[in-house]
Design a protein around this ligand. Structure first.
Ligand SMILES: *Cc1c(COP(=O)(O)O)cnc(C)c1O
Length: 411
């Protein structure tokens, strides 16, 4: 099947008992069994079945199956947010005294998790320049348990060469996890380029309507979990083979942390995937149009969009994303004051901390989601005081441009 079809049909067939075509919301905490023996068998893993919705829930399962199909993976575990997915993956792979190598141009929350929270737990994160392939090789050592990178840095919008980074990770038998939030499976499936694990903040393009938070971890199925670097997963590997990571996540890490996705939120996310293919195409078309308009000069000092030939990673983006470049772009207006003025005069674009919504969104990163970062962190994620980020929505492109134009004129 083509991806467009999988977005709609993947992971769920009409409910056999009722014929319901929309995914049913199983709003239940637990699942009853007729006999003590049956429940014992499920707890022992000898029979399949649901136990408690912190571990698994049928609505959440349907969303996980759809994401698995979309990333061509082995399986998936959904979480309450993108950050929950990233935290869980990090804790499933690395422990005290071990290390993570991460591109430096990552989402602010991820940067803080790696820099502050994990270091308190004894996990050291070595940041490397996201697009510097050789730096990953240098940073990996015998303590490394995870290499982490985003498909499209936010807000830096740099594009690492994933196939090259994957090759390095493979040579050293280290897991490469790729955060595919900003590009979605429509633009690229990191597993095809050699990533072992894919992460999504489903709160963004997958949901698409800014009405819930969620995250998901997908095992691409290509990593051998019998690998001695991951000795702590050895027992899982002996029991369930290559489902070791997924089982450790579901039956230990996510279960213990309690970061489960709620069934209603899973319903909204699965609904979001059904229109994702057409939405993403339009986000990309609109964003390119806006980027071209803004780069014609005027009051904007610099426009950054991976679909502009002037972007330093344009050729990597072109090859990696199938000639579509996502919905995010940034512009520089010379000063923080001018950014605030520009944002305040916009009528259509909404000023809020989110991206990937059907609506066009705008934000000043330095005073909001990047405010906790120190100088080094800001440089790493490409944030300056005069930078504005736009997440281009699905309104008519001319209306988006007219809104930006009327605000720019008043600067
Ligand atoms: C938003 C985002 C996250 C965090 O996801 P939440 O669902 O907000 O917790 C992680 N990575 C990227 C690239 C994001 O944009």
């Amino acid at each position: 099947m083509h991806l467009e079809t999988t977005f709609i049909h993947g992971g769920y067939e009409p409910d056999p008992t009722t014929g319901a075509t929309a995914l049913p919301i199983f709003q239940t905490s637990a699942y009853a069994y007729r006999t003590a023996e049956e429940l014992e068998a499920v707890f022992a893993g000898k029979a399949a079945g649901y136990i408690y919705s912190r571990i698994a829930n049928p609505t959440v399962t349907a969303f996980e199956r759809r994401m698995t199909a979309l990333e061509n993976g082995l399986g998936a575990v959904a979480c309450s947010s993108g950050m929950a997915a990233i935290s869980s993956l990090a804790l499933a792979l690395a422990g005290s005294g071990e290390e993570i190598v991460s591109g430096n141009s990552v989402f602010g929350g991820t940067y803080s998790l790696f820099q502050n929270t994990l270091s308190r737990a004894g996990i050291r994160v070595r940041f490397v320049e996201s697009t510097d392939v050789a730096a990953y090789r240098k940073a990996i050592n015998e303590r490394t348990r995870l290499v982490f990178v985003e498909t499209l840095g936010n807000p830096k919008l740099d594009v690492p060469d994933l196939a090259a980074i994957a090759k390095i990770a493979r040579e050293q038998d280290v897991v490469l996890a790729v955060d595919n939030t900003a590009t979605t499976p429509l633009l690229l499936q990191p597993g095809q380029l050699g990533a072992s694990v894919v992460i999504h903040s489903a709160s963004k393009f997958i949901n698409g309507h800014g009405n819930t938070i969620g995250g998901v971890i997908i095992d691409c199925g290509s990593f051998d979990w019998g690998n001695k670097r991951y000795a702590h997963l050895g027992e899982y590997h002996r029991r369930v083979g290559n489902f070791a990571l997924l089982t450790a996540l579901r039956n230990q890490i996510c279960r213990d942390l309690g970061c489960c996705l709620a069934p209603f939120n899973a319903f909204l996310l699965a609904l979001g995937t059904e229109s994702l293919a057409v939405r993403m195409e339009q986000h990309c078309k609109n964003a390119l149009k806006v980027a071209e308009f803004l780069s014609r000069g005027g009051k904007v000092e610099a426009v950054r969009y991976p679909g502009l030939a002037t972007h330093p990673d344009y050729s990597v983006a072109k090859r990696q994303f199938g000639e579509r470049y996502g919905g995010l772009l940034t512009l520089r207006l010379g000063s923080r004051e001018r950014c605030f003025q520009f944002i305040n005069k916009l009528k259509l674009a909404q000023n809020l901390a989110n991206l990937g919504d059907v609506r066009t969104l705008v934000i000043h990163p330095a005073s909001t989601f990047c405010r906790e970062l120190n100088e080094e962190g800001r440089r790493a994620v490409g944030v300056s005081e005069d930078l504005v980020r736009l997440s281009i929505g699905l309104e008519h492109g001319d209306d988006i441009i007219a809104d930006l134009e009327q605000s720019l004129k008043q600067l």
